[in-house]
Write a protein that binds this ligand. Structure first.
Ligand SMILES: NC(=O)c1ccc[n+]([C@@H]2O[C@H](COP(=O)([O-])OP(=O)(O)OC[C@H]3O[C@@H](n4cnc5c(N)ncnc54)[C@H](O)[C@@H]3O)[C@@H](O)[C@H]2O)c1
Length: 256
């Protein structure tokens, strides 16, 4: 039986994280060959070994997305290793919290480097390769918090607004090359990013998530799979007429 990602090669950043791991699983289940990028070489290599043990094709290309040379070279390395690059998932990200008066230079520089500059470098390198191959799809992980002002997250919201704007520009500029660029905009998702945030603030993550669940009209915050399914949809031909879309996936919970 043909699967929806048969013959496709995908590069996923933040592959070892909560949403990233789930996206990788869905792409592999769909028949894709995957290149796993993460700052944690251990998680990228372990996942790659697990996929290969299960009969899939994967390669770990770990590195730090604050390294411009690494970002610039990554799409080409994927083509060399797996013979193409059809899908780029810009998923890696980090969150620094607090209002502007508490934000350090390092908070701003690091957040911009990982959440904005890295996707910029990756798409800049990937688009010519995709164009040469006749097209491709790019999915960015933005956030509802980049579309609306989430409280006391100035730096994070600014970076996610930037990736949302980038998505719209790319969707507009590269459709004529058969390259579709879209973004998913989640609200809260039950991942290490959210859970460690609670721990840092001295809260028990399970209790804090139970409290958050009560604020969502659908009754719970998102699990990584809820977001990964939408990313896989945007990466697949099922979304073939979508370009520059920012898909809010929020269980009906507004940012307030
Ligand atoms: N969890 C949420 O509530 C939520 C909500 C909206 C959007 N998002 C976005 O979803 C994406 C995935 O986040 P997640 O929730 O799965 O978090 P996560 O912390 O589980 O995963 C983030 C991944 O990014 C990687 N990463 C971070 N800095 C890196 C660097 N310098 N170089 C290379 N890799 C690096 C981490 O190693 C990790 O694997 C992020 O872009 C995040 O902003 C998350």
């Amino acid at each position: 039986m043909t699967k929806r990602f048969d013959g496709k090669v995908a590069l996923i950043t933040g592959a070892g994280g909560g949403i990233g791991h789930s996206v990788v699983t869905k792409l592999v289940e769909g028949g894709a060959r995957v290149a796993l990028a993460d700052v944690s070489a251990e998680s990228a290599e372990r996942m790659s070994a697990e996929i290969q043990a299960g009969g899939g094709q994967a390669i770990a290309l770990p590195g730090d997305l604050t390294d411009g040379d690494y970002c610039d070279s990554l799409p080409g390395l994927v083509v060399e290793a797996l013979g193409g690059l059809d899908i780029l998932i810009n998923n890696a990200g980090l969150m620094r919290r607090g209002p502007v008066t508490e934000a350090s230079d390092e908070d701003f520089a690091l957040s911009m480097a990982v959440n904005v500059e890295a996707p910029f470098r990756l798409v800049r390198a990937a688009i010519p390769l995709m164009e040469k191959a006749g097209g491709g799809t790019i999915v960015n992980t933005a956030s509802c918090w980049g579309l609306y002002p989430g409280p006391d997250h100035l730096v994070y919201c600014t970076t996610k607004a930037a990736i949302a704007a980038m998505t719209r520009c790319l969707g507009r500029d590269h459709a004529h090359q058969n390259i579709r660029v879209n973004a998913v905009c989640p609200n809260e998702v039950n991942t290490p990013m959210l859970r460690t945030g609670f721990s840092i603030r001295g809260l028990d993550p399970d209790t804090a998530i139970a409290d958050l669940n009560a604020t969502v009209p659908l009754g719970r915050i998102a699990e990584p799979e809820d977001i990964a399914d939408v990313i896989a949809f945007l990466a697949s031909d099922d979304s073939r007429y979508m370009c520059g879309a920012l898909l809010e996936v929020n269980g009906a919970k507004p940012v307030f």
